[in-house]
Design a protein around this ligand. Structure first.
Ligand SMILES: Cc1cc2nc3c(=O)[nH]c(=O)nc-3n(C[C@H](O)[C@H](O)[C@H](O)COP(=O)(O)OP(=O)(O)OC[C@H]3O[C@@H](n4cnc5c(N)ncnc54)[C@H](O)[C@@H]3O)c2cc1C
Length: 332
C-alpha cells in the first residue's frame, strides 16, 4: 500500500479548509490496515471517513488513515429480517438507498446524511426521530494500540446521543458495520415535519418516506458542494431539571424535550437564532439562512476563521442564556 507524504487535506473535509498531513494512506482491506499499524507503531494516528464531520485548523503531524473497505454483503436473511455487512468506506446514502430499494426498513429516516458507513456508529448518527444504533448488531474494528481485531456488540458500543465508545476512546478503527433491517415496514410518526411532508399519507411506503426526508433536507440544508459546511455544528444541549427551569425563566417559549429522568434536551438552533446569529456572517464565515445550527464557509481556507466564528456563537449564547454550546463537529 502506498504511503503518501505531505498530503493536502482540503478535498477531504467538507468545510474545505487547508491543512497538510505528514503521512496519509488508504488501506483497502483489514490486512493492509493491520500492516500499516505495524509499520508505524509510534505515529500519531487520525482516522478519516468522508470528512463531513470534521475540519482542520492546522497541519496534521502524523499519519492519516482513510479506510477503503467497500464491500456490501448480506450475511443472513429470513422472512422477517436481513443482516447486512457494509464496509467502512461505503457511502452512507448509497447504502440507505440500496436498503430502501430492497424493502429493508430501519435506515430510511437517515437518508441523505453525508458520510461513510464506517463513521455512522462514531457519533451514532441520527435524524428525524431515528438513530443508527437501533439497527446495528455488530461493529468490526481494529485496535489502534494493539493492531488486533475486535468486534463490538451493540451494547458494547455504549451508544448515546451523538456518542459511542468509539468517540469516547478514539482507539478503534471501524472496518465494517453489521445492520439488522426489517423486511416489513409500518410508518410510525416520530417527527411532525416528516408527517407534514407526507401530506396526510398515514401509511407511506419506504420509498415515499425516503423521498420526503430528501425533500425536507434539501430545502433545509445547504449543499456541501456549493456551500462548504459540516451539518449541525453544535450538539443540542442536554439539561438537568434545574438548568431547564433556569432557561425557561429566560425564554418562555424555548423548546424542551423530556429525554429521561431529570434529563431534558433543548434546541441549539433555537438558542443560536434567539441570540441573533441566524443568517449572520462575519468575514468569510456565517450561519445558514435556513438553519442557524449550520455554520457555512463563505470562502476561507483557514479553519481558524471557522473556529473563531463558532467561539463567538458559544460566547453569545452563554452570555444571553447561560448555556454552553458544545461542538458536534471534530476540530483538528
Ligand atoms: C450537510 C450535512 C448534514 C448532516 N446531517 C447530519 C444528520 O442529520 N445527523 C447526523 O448525525 N450527522 C449529520 N451530519 C454529520 C456527518 O454527516 C456525520 O457525522 C457522518 O457520519 C460523517 O461521516 P464521515 O464519513 O464524513 O466522517 P468524518 O467526518 O470523516 O469523521 C467523523 C469522525 O469519525 C471518525 N471516523 C470516521 N471514519 C472512521 C472509521 N472507519 N473508524 C473510526 N473512526 C472513524 C473520524 O476520525 C472523526 O472523528 C451532517 C453533515 C453535513 C455536512
Amino acid at each position: 500500500m502506498k504511503i503518501q507524504h505531505s498530503k493536502q487535506l482540503q478535498q477531504y473535509n467538507s468545510f474545505r479548509t487547508k491543512a497538510v498531513a505528514r503521512l496519509f494512506c488508504e488501506p483497502q482491506s483489514v490486512d493492509e490496515l493491520t500492516e500499516v499499524l505495524k509499520s508505524f507503531p509510534h505515529e500519531n494516528i487520525l482516522i478519516l471517513g468522508a470528512g463531513n464531520n470534521m475540519f482542520f485548523t492546522k497541519d496534521f503531524d502524523g499519519l492519516i488513515i482513510k479506510p477503503e473497505m467497500n464491500e456490501i454483503n448480506i450475511i443472513s436473511e429470513d422472512e422477517n429480517f436481513a443482516e447486512i455487512e457494509a464496509g467502512a468506506a461505503v457511502e452512507w446514502d448509497n447504502f440507505v438507498e440500496r436498503c430502501v430499494s430492497k424493502g429493508y426498513s430501519g435506515l430510511e429516516n437517515l437518508s441523505l446524511i453525508p458520510g461513510s458507513v464506517g463513521a455512522s456508529p462514531i457519533q451514532n448518527i441520527g435524524a428525524y426521530g431515528s438513530e443508527v444504533k437501533d439497527t446495528i448488531t455488530l461493529v468490526k474494528t481494529v485496535d489502534i494500540k494493539t493492531g488486533e481485531q475486535k468486534i463490538f456488540t451493540n451494547d458494547e458500543c455504549r451508544f448515546g446521543y451523538r456518542d459511542s465508545i468509539f468517540k469516547q476512546t478514539r482507539r478503534y478503527i471501524i472496518t465494517s458495520v453489521i445492520f439488522r433491517l426489517s423486511k416489513s415496514f409500518t410508518y410510525v410518526e416520530k417527527y411532525i415535519d416528516l408527517s407534514r411532508e407526507l401530506k396526510g399519507n398515514l401509511s407511506p411506503s419506504l420509498t415515499q418516506v425516503r423521498k420526503a426526508i430528501i425533500a425536507i433536507r434539501t430545502r433545509k440544508l445547504p449543499d456541501v458542494n456549493k456551500l462548504p459546511n459540516a451539518g449541525s455544528f453544535f450538539k443540542n444541549p442536554i439539561l438537568t431539571k434545574d438548568e431547564k427551569e433556569a432557561l425557561q425563566n429566560k425564554i418562555i417559549d424555548v423548546p424542551i424535550y423530556n429525554i429521561g429522568e431529570n434529563s431534558f434536551k433543548t434546541s441549539a438552533a433555537f438558542l443560536i437564532e434567539k441570540a441573533g446569529f441566524k443568517g449572520k456572517t462575519n468575514g468569510k464565515v456565517g450561519t445558514y439562512q435556513n438553519h442557524a445550527l449550520v455554520v457555512i464557509n463563505l470562502g476561507t481556507e483557514d479553519g481558524k476563521d471557522i473556529l473563531n466564528f463558532a467561539q463567538e456563537i458559544i460566547n453569545e449564547v452563554d452570555k444571553q442564556f447561560g448555556i454552553k454550546l458544545e461542538p458536534e463537529v471534530w476540530i483538528f
